[in-house]
Design a protein around this ligand. Structure first.
Ligand code: HEM
Length: 366
């Protein structure tokens, strides 16, 4: 399995690897930062960088000698495999409050996550000073990494919420499916289109943000028992795609491009279909598009005995207001809202990449 590069202009775990065969396991962990001052915050960022660099490269841990606690949990055995691990680190608007004197350096579009009309917000699952997105091929690699990171950052970081995600492989082919049974990620931008929509490089932003990106995480419960009682035709009209093939309603294959201009009265694809609302495919909405990288989650059952499962929606963009919030506002009240319940998540700024062995997360901020 490949080792994804840790060093670079941008962090890994966003564009790499390709959405169709990305890592199958993930965890989204939000933290409160408890560092006492700016110097301690910088120490924390150096430690976090060091752990992420080591974990993503793999290799045997240090040997502290028999009279010390072992340096590593050994969850992955004596020689730690890289296992396609990526660590993607972002910071929330709350890090720029009065504690560290960073208010003047806040990314221009970073705010606390807004509450939208169909949300059921649960404060225990929202916001955070810092977000880690960990992705790897196997869930034990994710557990090992978060355990290593929290062990080494005790005193500076306190877990706030954490959720594990998994990806479905191509069944039978193409893009993986979400827990409503539909292929998810088909129409994601790729290559230079994606790069031009996500990497921040703007004169209205503080200079240190160059090469970073904004990340939105939305924890969205799916009411799967209720969904399973809906006819396939109605399900397909809600998304605007076929359940089996993932094809748009006016096409035959998954990657066919819908042509809404040829369907102005919305007789083929309903005007309220998720994909038509999310991306009307008009020239004036092209710069609203974003890069999605969502995972399934499963939290067991709720107090009523229903499956507590759903969607870790995450997306990357240059400007949360121009991209995510514009699309989310258009989706308000869509038919799908009866079957899903957003309850948590947050807005974060993914730090620029760590460029080499001397560099560390947020060096140019701090
Ligand atoms: C497309 C599912 C929430 C934005 C899709 C597709 C599915 C899907 C099945 C079609 C396949 C694809 O292109 O990936 C869901 C589910 C959601 C959810 C189950 C919640 C539980 C959201 C949210 C946003 C969003 C919150 C953004 C605010 C988009 C976009 C597309 C899309 C931009 C691509 C449209 C296109 O370019 O044709 N979604 N989605 N989705 N979704 Fe969602």
């Amino acid at each position: 399995t490949p080792v994804f590069p840790f060093h670079g202009e941008h962090q890994s775990g966003i564009l790499t690897p390709a959405p169709a065969d990305r890592q199958a396991a993930s965890c989204f962990a939000a933290f409160d930062v408890t560092a006492a001052n700016r110097a301690e915050l910088a120490d924390l960022m150096r430690t976090l960088t060091d752990r992420a660099r080591r974990l993503t490269a793999g290799g045997p841990p240090a040997d502290p000698g028999p009279s010390h606690p072992p340096a590593d949990s050994a969850v992955l055995g004596p020689d730690i495999p890289a296992d396609g691990l990526t660590v993607t680190t972002g910071v929330g608007a709350s890090l720029f409050d009065q504690r560290y004197g960073l208010a003047a350096r806040k990314p221009a579009h970073l705010t606390p996550m807004r509450i939208f009309p169909d949300d059921s917000p649960d404060p225990a699952w929202m916001h955070g000073d810092l977000l880690l997105q960990l992705c790897a091929h196997n869930p034990d690699t994710i557990h090992h990494a978060i355990r290593d990171i929290t062990r080494h950052t005790r005193g500076g970081l306190q877990l706030r919420w954490r959720i594990q995600g998994y990806n479905s492989p191509a069944r039978p082919s193409g893009t993986g499916r979400n827990l409503l049974g539909f292929k998810d990620g088909t129409a994601n931008p790729t290559g230079s289109d994606a790069a031009g929509l996500i990497w921040v490089d703007s004169p209205e932003e503080p200079a240190w943000t160059r090469g970073g990106t904004y990340q939105v995480v939305r924890l969205i419960r799916m009411l799967v028992e209720f969904w399973d009682r809906v006819s396939i035709a109605e399900q397909e009209n809600m998304f605007g795609r076929r359940r089996e093939s993932g094809a748009p309603l006016d096409g035959t294959k998954e990657f066919d491009t819908p042509d809404y201009a040829a369907d102005p009265d919305a007789t083929v694809t309903p005007a309220t279909a998720h994909i038509r609302l999310a991306n009307p495919r008009t020239p004036d909405t092209a710069n609203q598009q974003l890069l999605r990288r969502s995972y399934n989650y499963d939290l067991g059952i709720d107090p009523n005995g229903n499956l507590a499962a759903g969607h870790i929606f995450t997306c990357f963009q240059q400007d949360i207001q121009r991209q995510f919030e514009t699309i989310q506002t258009r989706l308000a009240g869509e038919p799908l809202t009866d079957y899903v319940q957003p309850f948590g998540g947050g807005y974060f700024f993914v730090l620029p990449g760590v460029t080499g062995t001397e560099d560390w997360y947020a060096r140019t901020l701090l």
